[in-house]
Design a protein around this ligand. Structure first.
Ligand SMILES: *[C@@H]1O[C@H](CO)[C@@H](O)[C@H](O)[C@H]1NC(C)=O
Ligand SMILES: *[C@@H]1O[C@H](CO)[C@@H](O)[C@H](O)[C@H]1NC(C)=O
Ligand SMILES: *[C@@H]1O[C@H](CO)[C@@H](O)[C@H](O)[C@H]1NC(C)=O
Ligand SMILES: *[C@@H]1O[C@H](CO)[C@@H](O)[C@H](O)[C@H]1NC(C)=O
Ligand SMILES: *[C@@H]1O[C@H](CO)[C@@H](O)[C@H](O)[C@H]1NC(C)=O
Ligand SMILES: *[C@@H]1O[C@H](CO)[C@@H](O)[C@H](O)[C@H]1NC(C)=O
Ligand SMILES: *[C@@H]1O[C@H](CO)[C@@H](O)[C@H](O)[C@H]1NC(C)=O
Ligand SMILES: *[C@@H]1O[C@H](CO)[C@@H](O)[C@H](O)[C@H]1NC(C)=O
Ligand SMILES: *[C@@H]1O[C@H](CO)[C@@H](O)[C@H](O)[C@H]1NC(C)=O
Ligand SMILES: *[C@@H]1O[C@H](CO)[C@@H](O)[C@H](O)[C@H]1NC(C)=O
Length: 812
């Protein structure tokens, strides 16, 4: 029926390999290592390959005309170690088998049925199937690779469950670029209630899509009908799954669980010859699962991302990720009401139940109200009335879009009952009285000390600092003066708006001037900021111990009652961002100046990492945290996020990821793991921004174009890095130095921690002490890299003296 045509492909000729250009093999045929099956439209190819630096042999499917993109692997867990592998139909005609030269089975795809005339075919969709040629029903497969997904979802492939076939379609990341065996990340259907999907790291949930509402997932507005593909969620009693279709049949796109645990959709750009990332489901820190704990809500454009839902207060003060507890408990008594919260990603819960039949909003409310274990409800377009029992978690607020949640609160929260009002009033009055007395006592104490010495140690003057004393970080710092509140009020003209310079990590910054003419910048902690208080103390501790000309200098501090302030030297030129990204001021930074700034930031960071008495990781290096003095010398500021490391500590983990997206290294953004190398990553981003004069974040708004890192990488590969340089800069004498900077920048933003150079090496590279720089690997957040079958072949045949160029490997 089908002609089996053999022919020799031009670019395989150098390896003298015979390729089966058919898409089908029958019972007496096989595919040996070196041979491939090709789908009819020549889109997909099946054969043997070795990933990354590995020499192991795997059978996989990849795009025939796109290098390095394996979409499926057969023997993920069981590689061959030599070239003796053969794929064929097993003798019973009921399975596909991979054996080596001595007949050991390395992989078996078996079906319960057996076929009269079995054939293995690679379909145009990229699906490898075993079917019965003698059967009438051509779409009935004995076995298909689409039922065993690896890390990639192709159009019409499913992730979800089939109850009838008792099957899970889960995606799992590769272990690493050289090892396709299942890594730590899996993406699967959450089988508890409504249709949603979760990403797990081991058994721990890392990310949740939010419920499917018919058009999109509650937590990812990007994952809806777009110009490239449309997502499809199907749910009935037999199957629940997610899949997608491309809008045009010429489009090539795929969805992947990356090795770093990102859920990303890519589209192949034929012109650029590059995978373009069109959706990353995890956008920011608020997408970390249960980022703000029970009854906490996460909002990205707040000073602190976490806050409590109305009617709730933080469980434990400094740590907001511990979640929130009720102000007033609910007991399922008369008068309890629901408070409407707008624009949310609806919460997850230990469990929830759904009334699938359509009920009115009023009825839904009544059902929840009359069930004492119901804590919240929502009415959704697709599932109707949704009720939550127990604590609700993983809520985020959107500036636009999102859904509404009604949360049960005690009657007193609505101020309806007199009793409650009286109780609140008396509580408030008592609180005022107590704090008033406390304040007077505080004033008195401060005066006593002030009288004694005139200068008080910042660190011993407040209880908040105690938590740091134990860790032996704060030690005495006799030089740091404390200013009294009045003095700062006068200096800043009562914190007048005119003197406001901007907002720092946890409060506003004001310009001030002491009577003797000294100019200062006063950072005032917002009074109600709990998290800020922690960051404040952190900053005092860190910066008071450091002195370097590329770090902003702390002049003193002020802690009086609720007021907490840091007093810095005043730097008239504000942040680097205000020059670099301002079309008018940009030209003031010529290359000499920019290079000095790069070096300065590098020196400052190296000092933090290595040369200071402490080892400090800044964790939030970015353009707006680099201040410029009169001569435009850079000074690193904002140590609110910084962490001090003990002597031999090289890496730490945190549950609380703070920092700025775009500057955060992948291991820190995704796993909360930070080290010197995460600062190196931020430095690399900053370096590329300085060279290009473009904000990293300015790229991410546009779905079609790659990030600054992706763009820089693209140009690098095209050997066209000059195009990255800010057009205002490109003066020939410095071109080499600029290119060197781009090279160093790319080395800093490499995906793997161990590939990134340390800060001291970065400086030697910049100052050309180090002549030969290693070539950079692909930056983080762009795409993974798998070397092809052919690359290994090249290695194997290296002794054979055939000179293969890169273009040949890519088959173009
Ligand atoms: C396979 O080979 C056997 C023996 O060589 C032969 O009897 C049989 O007809 C062949 N089957 C097909 C489908 O070619
Ligand atoms: C073929 O079928 C026989 C009997 O049903 C069974 O014992 C044998 O294991 C099967 N072989 C393969 C490779 O599945
Ligand atoms: C086939 O695999 C088995 C088990 O791994 C091994 O012992 C044998 O040496 C292999 N044969 C060849 C030819 O590689
Ligand atoms: C798929 O994921 C679900 C839920 O995470 C799990 O229960 C199931 O065992 C997984 N199935 C497979 C085949 O890995
Ligand atoms: C990949 O993971 C394997 C273990 O799964 C390990 O042996 C290997 O060194 C890793 N390779 C790289 C490049 O990290
Ligand atoms: C892949 O990584 C996981 C977790 O890191 C590990 O448990 C597993 O053994 C690795 N696989 C291989 C083949 O090393
Ligand atoms: C998305 O697009 C597809 C095809 O263009 C269409 O069939 C489907 O109804 C659309 N879905 C929504 C929710 O707009
Ligand atoms: C794409 O669809 C059009 C119209 O349905 C069809 O004529 C064309 O052959 C298809 N192209 C491919 C590559 O499938
Ligand atoms: C679900 O809604 C229907 C229609 O209002 C109602 O008759 C039924 O009792 C509800 N089921 C539950 C469990 O509340
Ligand atoms: C109340 O909610 C619980 C789940 O939290 C459920 O098991 C129970 O059946 C509900 N009671 C009524 C009367 O609907």
């Amino acid at each position: 029926m089908k002609d089996v045509a053999y022919f020799i492909l031009c670019n395989f000729l150098v390896f003298s390999n015979i390729t089966i250009a058919a898409d089908t093999i029958g019972i007496n045929q096989s595919i040996s290592d070196g041979e491939t099956l090709v789908s009819l439209d020549e889109k997909f190819e099946l054969g043997f390959f070795s990933p990354g630096s590995s020499k192991n042999r795997y059978v996989g499917i990849w795009y025939k005309n796109i290098p390095d993109t394996v979409v499926w692997v057969a023997n993920r867990n069981n590689p061959l170690i030599d070239l003796s592998g053969v794929v064929k139909i097993d003798e019973n005609g009921s399975g596909i088998v991979l054996i080596n030269g001595t007949g050991s089975v390395f992989w078996l795809a078996s079906s319960l049925r057996s076929a009269g005339n079995p054939v293995v075919q690679l379909l145009k969709s990229g699906n490898l199937v075993l079917r019965d040629e003698s059967s009438d029903n051509i779409d009935s497969y004995l076995w298909q690779s689409f039922d065993y997904p690896c890390d990639t979802l192709l159009p019409s492939m499913k992730v979800g469950i089939s109850r009838t076939a008792n099957r899970n379609w889960n995606l799992s990341s590769w272990n690493n670029t050289s090892d396709p065996s299942p890594g730590v990340f899996t993406y699967s259907l959450d089988q508890q209630g409504l249709v949603q999907f979760v990403l797990r790291r081991g058994s721990e949930i890392m990310y949740r899509t939010g419920q499917w509402d018919g058009a999109q997932f509650g937590g990812v507005s990007e994952m809806k009908n777009n110009s490239i593909f449309h997502p499809i969620v199907l749910y009935n009693t037999e199957e629940v799954y997610y899949t997608f279709e491309n809008n045009e049949n010429t489009t090539i796109s795929r969805f992947v669980v990356t090795q770093s645990g990102l859920l990303q959709h890519f589209k192949w750009d034929v012109k650029q010859n590059e995978w373009i990332n069109i959706v990353t489901m995890q956008k920011d820190t608020c997408d970390q699962y249960a980022r703000c704990g029970a009854y906490g809500t996460c909002k990205i454009d707040h000073d602190q991302v976490c806050s409590c839902l109305k009617g709730f207060i933080p469980r434990s003060s400094p740590d907001w990720s511990a979640g929130c507890v009720r102000n007033v408990p609910v007991n399922c008594v008369q008068g309890e009401e629901f408070y409407k919260l707008r624009g949310l990603k609806l919460p997850d819960s230990s469990y929830f139940f759904v009334n699938k039949s359509r009920v009115s909003a009023e009825r839904c409310k009544m059902i929840c109200l009359t069930n004492c274990s119901c804590t919240a409800y929502a009415t959704t377009a697709i599932s109707g009335c949704v009720l939550w029992a127990g604590d609700v978690t993983d809520i985020r607020e959107f500036s636009e879009g999102g859904q509404d949640l009604y949360i049960r609160l005690a009657a007193s929260e609505f101020g309806k009952q007199k009793d409650a009002r009286i109780i609140i009033l008396s509580v408030v009055l008592t609180a005022i009285l107590i704090s008033g007395l406390g304040y007077l006592f505080w004033k008195w104490r401060t005066k006593q000390r002030g009288n004694r010495n005139g200068v008080v140690l910042c660190n011993t003057s407040n209880d908040t600092s105690r938590e740091f004393a134990g860790s032996n970080m704060i030690g005495a710092n006799p030089e740091l003066p404390i200013f009294n509140f009045e003095k700062l009020v006068i200096a800043t003209d009562n914190f007048s708006v005119d003197n406001k310079l901007g907002r720092g990590g946890f409060g506003s910054v004001y310009k001030g001037k002491f009577p003797d003419g000294q100019e200062i910048a006063v950072k005032r902690l917002s009074k109600r900021s709990e998290q800020g208080s922690e960051e404040f103390m952190n900053e005092v501790v860190v910066i008071s111990k450091l002195q370097h000309r590329n770090l902003v200098r702390l002049v003193g501090c002020c802690i009086e009652g609720e007021e907490k302030m840091l007093v810095y030297e005043y730097l008239p030129n504000k942040g680097l961002d205000s020059f670099l990204f301002d079309p008018k001021k940009q030209s003031l930074l010529d290359w000499r100046k920019r290079f000095q700034i790069i070096e300065g930031i590098g020196r400052g960071t190296l000092y933090l990492h290595r040369d200071s008495r402490l080892k400090v990781i800044h964790r939030d290096l970015k353009a707006s945290n680099i201040l410029l003095d009169e001569e435009l010398n850079p000074k690193i500021s904002d140590f609110g996020m910084a962490r001090i490391f003990g002597g031999n500590e090289v890496q730490a983990d945190t549950r609380r990821v703070v920092g700025t997206y775009g500057y955060m290294s992948p291991e820190y953004a995704m796993k909360g793991r930070f080290s010197e190398k995460s600062d190196v990553f931020s430095f690399g981003v900053l370096l590329l921004e300085i060279v290009s004069g473009k904000r990293n974040s300015s790229f991410s708004n546009d779905d079609e174009s790659p990030s600054l890192l992706g763009y820089a990488w693209e140009l690098w590969n095209e050997d066209n890095s000059l195009a990255l340089i800010d057009p205002g800069l490109s003066k020939p004498p410095f071109q080499e130095e600029i290119l060197r900077c781009i090279h160093v920048g790319l080395l800093c933003v490499q995906d793997f921690v161990e590939d990134r150079p340390s800060m001291s090496i970065v400086l030697s590279m910049l100052t050309s002490e180090m002549v030969h720089l290693p070539p950079p690997k692909q930056p983080a957040f762009t795409e993974r890299h798998i070397s092809s079958d052919l690359e290994l072949r090249e290695k194997i045949r290296k002794s054979g003296s055939i000179n293969v160029s890169i273009t040949e490997i890519h088959g173009r």
